[in-house]
Design a protein around this ligand. Structure first.
Ligand code: LMR
Length: 401
């Protein structure tokens, strides 16, 4: 039956983990997938998460189905975290929100909802480059995917002029995907002033902003600072779509905890949107998993745990920043590796877009057992004081050829 099914390529990000697993060399390093590792290279379960789990267990909860849109306490608190407690649509009861299978699920619900109900052209503009999964998610949701300029190779920074020109040239009412903070893969975010300009263009061209916020807290270590773009757009009167993930900031990767929301005109419109979100979700997976949402909600609804969590997010962000400093110093000062490496320090969030070429990344995997995505993106969280030297010297050899 399946003789005509062609073999597909490995996933550009998760395929790197498979190659890493198959490598038996003890020096191997995985800088592919964006998953936080502690100073010893081990997965990190946050203390606040462990305490939340104990709290949940002590209430001896049942295992009943959640409603289609998930855990009501969690979704309410997730929306508050993103939009801010004083956000106008939130206080007016005009935010339609549903739990999702982490960020990917949120984007997929959003894509499917827009494909079905967005009254205008079903075209979504993604930054070039964007997270590798964005294109398949939106294409499979039934949207047409196009790109807008984002990365300037020469400056290894934001191509702000290109970005503005492309958004201004996009047909009115197109959908535009914006990374709320810690842009993946480049680690380059617009400044607050640039976000204000982007908001003005989105308004002028009547574009529909769809925010992907997978790293709230990871960019600057501050939950509210990282929500600047979303909150600014909402304060400016935009109606937005928002995908949230709690994989990175709570370390709940495999628990698949996320939320999708749409700000609407009023509670009556919200109720209609809610009803259609349910109709999108029910045939996909009926209702979302319980456990992770309970953990996240225990943190978000308990002042002491919330405080502890905020400190832990900041310490994860700070460890990543210290690795940036260290790597920059090794390449620039110790090894005198050819090239300009300042971007390693200036980029923010989980990733650095190193500028290493596909040939470099292949050589690093084959000769040094160092794994990263082909585009030269590295997950900074995979570096620690035990492996950074091997990484830096391997990059140095690869660059010197
Ligand atoms: C990444 O970009 O590495 C993460 O968002 C994980 C994933 O699922 O790709």
């Amino acid at each position: 039956v399946w003789s005509a099914v062609p073999a597909g390529p490995p996933d550009p990000i998760l395929g790197v983990s498979e190659a890493f697993k198959a490598d038996k060399d003890p020096r191997k390093i995985n800088l592919g997938v964006g998953a936080y590792r502690d100073e010893h290279g081990k997965p990190y379960v946050l203390t606040s998460v462990k305490k939340a789990e104990e709290l949940v267990a002590s209430s001896d909860p049942d295992k009943e189905y959640l409603p289609i849109t998930g855990h009501a306490g969690f979704t309410k608190n997730a929306a508050k975290l993103a939009y801010g407690a004083n956000s106008i649509p939130l206080t007016q009861g005009a935010v339609a929100v549903t739990q999702s299978i982490s960020g990917t699920g949120a984007l997929r619900i959003g894509g499917a909802f827009l494909a079905r109900h967005y009254p205008n052209a079903k075209t979504i503009y993604l930054p070039t480059p964007s997270w590798g999964n964005h294109t398949p998610i939106f294409r499979d949701s039934g949207l047409e995917v196009r790109g807008y300029r984002y990365f300037n190779k020469e400056t290894v920074g934001l191509d702000f002029e290109g970005l503005k020109a492309d958004l201004l040239a996009a047909p009115e009412q197109s959908i535009v995907l914006l990374h709320a903070c810690a842009h993946n893969p480049t680690g380059i975010d617009p400044t607050h002033e640039q976000w204000q300009e982007i908001s003005n263009i989105v308004k002028e061209k009547n574009l529909f902003p769809f925010f992907d916020m997978a790293y709230q807290g990871f960019a600057t270590g501050s939950i509210s600072n990282d929500a600047f773009a979303v909150r600014h757009f909402v304060a400016e009167g935009h109606q937005v779509a928002l995908a949230q993930s709690f994989a990175k900031n709570m370390g709940l990767y495999g628990e698949r905890v996320g939320a999708f929301s749409l700000t609407t005109a009023d509670p009556e419109e919200k109720a209609r949107v809610d009803s259609q979100l349910k109709i999108v979700i029910r045939p996909m997976y009926s209702n979302p998993p319980l456990h992770g949402a309970r953990i996240a909600n225990a943190i978000l609804s308990n002042e002491a745990l919330y405080g502890e969590w905020e400190t832990e997010v900041k310490s994860m962000a700070d460890r990543i920043i210290s690795m940036r400093e260290k790597l920059y110093n090794m390449l620039t000062h110790d090894l005198k590796t050819p090239g300009e490496w300042g971007h390693i320090k200036s980029q923010i969030g989980m990733f650095s877009f190193t500028g290493l070429t596909p040939a470099h990344t292949q050589a690093l995997a084959e000769k040094a057992h160092v794994y990263m995505t082909r585009d030269g993106r590295i997950s900074m969280a995979g570096l620690n004081s035990g492996n950074i030297e091997h990484f830096a010297t391997s990059v140095d050899s690869a660059v010197k050829g």
